[in-house]
Design a protein around this ligand. Structure first.
Ligand code: FAD
Length: 821
């Protein structure tokens, strides 16, 4: 009984701390009174009493008496941290400091303010953007024949290039005063999404000039003269840009580029002027082969001291006309059968004047920071939009196909095995879109949330991979056999491109998301590191002590929160809404608190060596990312006006995310740096065990059912992609067939129930006429059945080719392989 009263008292204090209902001072006072009463009323036996008082007094005294704390705790700790703090390179620092901190920090810190989330303004397209999307973008999509582009031409047709230039597709991020479209991040994303759903090759061609590259860099760092010259020419497509950072020796480790620019005098327009002699070798550069202006990153050296005392001046960026003597450019790579232009380029002893440097000579050495800052926003727009495009297109086409395609006399979408894959397509598409929209709302409000954009880049391309895999499986041979009527295989082939560019995914997950997140989002880590690095000993000690005090309160609050939420199965956590959705907010709040405690402990234990613990970092990245997606899903549902028909999608996605968070945290605890502590922490943080589960079969069934027939939720899920119900269009024929098949189904059901089935030997037409004669069917119904059958055939058939059509060398190859066999 005594123990029970004691635990209730302890729980009440923990709850009050967790919910910020009382300060630490009051909590200590209340606890002291409670313990005194308990002690004097004989509530403790001796040993238990000593233990409890010890556990209470030690931290309380450390909190309350600064001298004691400094001598016993903060000074020795500071000494240790100074000894082990790893040095941070300038490129690392620039990468970490780029961008801003946003909603992810709330999730990181264990107490997300749900009202703040719900108050973020949902992004909206302007009238002008909407008109552009319904006009030129739709017309472009109708013009695109991806098979022709990727198989016959290996390029966009001339008329498509001309259309893109004429309508300003390459100038979406350029302000109107320079002739650009000046679209919002949402507008930009919506255009890329619609085009990419139709053709990845066209999507990438439009995406690149609008993402990290010359226009973006000029806008933020260019001189006025550079902006006035280049931006109008980039906006109307007179200049085609590319940006070259990657080379054979520097891929993911782009800060290690060996390309050089040596400050020297050289001849330019007949005069001797100060400039740079460049040597470089780059590869994988998108639009490079057709670029007229090459954005180049290289390291500047000044060995002769022509502009100062320093020899190594750091990474810098320049814009170089592709026709400059010595520039070797034009050859193409062949990336996964995609036809966007991509290739290597190099230069040997190419002299450029200082005015080619973006931002001029003053900007020498700022290149890496410029690139990291631009990437911190850009990464959240283009590739995530491509992921959503793949999801929406897969949901629309695969759902329709799974209805139209029948095996064992049943639509394949009704088989439970196929339902599982369909549910993943639906749920993940909803998640990707929710993540995209939440991120765009930040970008359109001027934020550059670098951790969020890295999360989006990684997960929207990974989920694209999953969704396209599922879509391919459901299409069977129809997805595999390529040709003009295959609408899915080219997107499937392009998956690795999205995975690899703008920060390859393994690296993004295992180094960037949590590595940067920990430093940017943790409220005290940076303060402690700065204090440890402070040259002024007294100021450093004081700052460190204060940061440590704040850190300790932060940790204890999160610990109380995680335990109280855990023991109450999250019922004591906050939710901004009531009813069915409340539980998801509460669970997410619990996970956020568990995350904060676990992250804090691991960072405290490992310190600087955490940098090398990529597996742990990757799991923290997963937990943080899925918290972000879960919150995005809940917000999207509210922003959309809580449509009931979307509930299966919302609940599937929320449950999926919560389960992934639990798995990631579980794996962290299983691989905790100190094993016994991992066990103890698990008991405290998950006192009722791990009860979150994947979406169950019935929920999966409801998601799949939404995809395989026309409806409001299906339309909302796939909003923003190019749709057609023209039976001659590559995907329009699916919509056309879906409607016709659904119209025919009641007639087919009626015939089946009256045991009227066509034998294999009977001709379909004759069978229908026979039914007509027997007055089992009307003329009109015959038309409906015939139309459904014809439309179905159009959907299920694949292309075939003569051997000659498939390639010149096929015949001789075949003879050789036949001989070998
Ligand atoms: C189609 C295409 C278009 C591109 N367009 C451009 C462009 O326009 N401009 C440009 O400059 N570049 C471009 N790139 C280059 C792209 O950014 C690089 O390919 C990318 O940075 C990865 O470099 P890499 O291919 O050399 O792989 P590597 O760096 O060799 O990496 C190989 C693998 O190792 C992993 N890895 C590397 N380091 C770590 C680490 N520390 N921890 C964990 N994993 C790690 C990576 O995640 C990856 O999975 C393009 C690439 C492609 C394929």
């Amino acid at each position: 009984m005594n123990i029970l009263i004691f635990l209730c008292g302890l729980g009440a204090v923990m709850y009050a701390i967790a919910r910020h209902s009382i300060s630490f001072r009051i909590a200590a006072l209340v606890s002291a009174v409670f313990l005194l009463v308990f002690t004097f009323s004989g509530g403790f036996n001796f040993f238990f009493g000593v233990l409890v008082w010890g556990l209470f007094l030690l931290p309380t005294l450390l909190f309350a008496v600064p001298e004691l704390r400094q001598n016993l705790l903060s000074n020795p700790l500071l000494h240790r941290i100074r000894a082990i703090l790893p040095p941070m390179s300038e490129t690392e620092r620039d990468a970490i400091e780029a961008g801003t901190v946003w909603w992810e920090a709330e999730l990181f810190r264990g107490a997300p303010d749900w009202n703040r989330l719900l108050q973020y303004k949902a992004p909206e397209l302007s009238d002008e953007e909407q008109k552009f999307i319904d006009g030129p973008v739709d017309r472009l999509c109708a013009m695109i024949d991806d098979w022709d582009i990727t198989h016959n031409r290996m390029d966009l047709p001339e008329e498509v290039w001309a259309f893109l230039k004429k309508h300003g597709f390459f100038g979406m991020i350029i302000p109107k005063k320079y002739g650009g479209l000046e679209f919002s991040a949402l507008g930009h994303s919506a255009v890329v999404m619609k085009i990419s759903g139709r053709s990845i090759s066209a999507g990438v061609t439009v995406m690149v000039p609008n993402s990290l590259g010359p226009a973006e860099l000029l806008l933020h760092y260019g001189t006025e003269a550079q902006k006035d010259y280049y931006l109008p020419r980039l906006a109307d497509g007179r200049e085609i840009p590319c940006f070259a950072l990657t080379g054979p020796d520097a891929g993911s480790d782009a800060g290690a580029i060996p390309d050089t620019g040596v400050v020297c005098m050289g001849k330019y327009k007949g005069k001797q002027i100060l400039g740079l002699k460049l040597n470089w070798e780059k590869r994988y550069i998108t639009l490079g082969p057709v670029a007229t202006v090459l954005g180049l990153a290289f390291k500047v050296y000044d060995p002769d001291g022509l502009i100062g005392d320093e020899v190594e001046l750091g990474i810098s960026c320049a814009l170089i006309p592709a026709k400059t003597p010595g520039v070797v450019i034009g050859n193409r790579h062949f990336p996964m059968n995609a036809a966007f232009q991509n290739g290597p380029n190099s230069g040997k002893d190419v002299f450029i004047p200082m005015e080619y440097l973006i931002g001029g000579q003053d900007n020498i050495g700022n290149g890496w920071r410029m690139l990291m800052e631009s990437l911190s926003a850009g990464r959240g727009i283009s590739l995530p939009a491509v992921g959503v495009a793949a999801g929406k297109t897969s949901a629309r086409t695969t759902g329709a196909y799974a209805h139209i395609r029948k095996q064992f006399n049943t639509s394949i979408g009704k088989f439970e095995g196929v339902e599982e894959a369909l549910a993943r397509i639906g749920g993940m598409t909803y998640m990707m879109d929710a993540g995209r929209l939440l991120t765009l709302s930040a970008l359109d409000n001027g934020e550059k949330p670098s951790v969020v954009t890295a999360i989006l880049k990684y997960h929207n391309t990974e989920q694209m991979r999953q969704v396209l895999n599922d879509a391919m499986d459901i299409h069977g041979g129809r997805g595999i056999c390529m040709g003009p009527s295959n609408y899915i295989a080219r997107a499937y082939q392009s998956i690795p491109v999205g995975i690899t560019v703008e920060g390859a995914n393994i690296l993004t997950r295992s180094m960037i998301i949590f590595g940067q997140g920990a430093i940017r989002c943790h409220p005290y880590l940076v303060k402690e590191m700065e204090a440890a690095g402070d040259a002024d000993e007294t100021a450093g000690r004081h700052a460190f002590d204060q940061a440590l005090l704040g850190h300790a309160k932060y940790f204890v609050t999160n610990l109380c929160r995680a335990f109280i939420y855990g023991i109450s199965a999250s019922h004591l956590a906050e939710s901004p809404v009531s009813g069915r959705m409340a539980g998801y907010y509460q669970r997410l709040g619990q996970m956020s608190a568990v995350f904060a405690v676990t992250a804090d402990l691991v960072l405290m234990i490992l310190g600087g060596s955490f940098k090398r613990k990529e597996k742990l970092s990757g799991r923290f990245a997963d937990a943080l990312s899925f918290m972000f997606y879960a919150s995005a899903v809940l917000k999207k549902f509210e922003d959309d006006g809580r449509p009931r028909t979307d509930l299966p999608l919302v609940e599937w996605s929320a449950k999926y995310c919560l389960y992934q968070i639990q798995i990631a945290l579980d794996e962290i605890l299983r691989n905790f740096p100190i094993k016994w502590l991992g066990v103890l922490v698990r008991i405290i943080l998950f006192p009722l065990g791990q009860s979150l589960r994947l979406p169950n079969d019935s929920l999966g069934h409801r998601v799949a059912a939404l995809l395989i027939k026309p409806g409001e939720a299906r339309d909302r899920l796939t909003e923003g992609i190019f749709l057609s119900d023209d039976e001659n269009d590559i995907t329009g024929r699916l919509e056309d067939a879906l409607h016709k098949v659904i119209l025919a189904e009641p007639i087919e059901r009626r015939l089946r129930s009256s045991h009227q089935q066509k034998s294999d030997l009977q001709d379909y037409q004759q069978w229908l006429e026979q039914l007509l004669e027997m007055e089992l069917i009307t003329e009109n119904e015959i038309e409906i059945l015939r139309a459904a059958k014809a439309a179905t055939r159009k959907v299920i058939m694949v292309d075939d080719f003569t051997p000659e059509e498939l390639g010149k060398t096929k015949r001789s190859n075949r003879t050789r392989s036949q001989k070998v066999a």
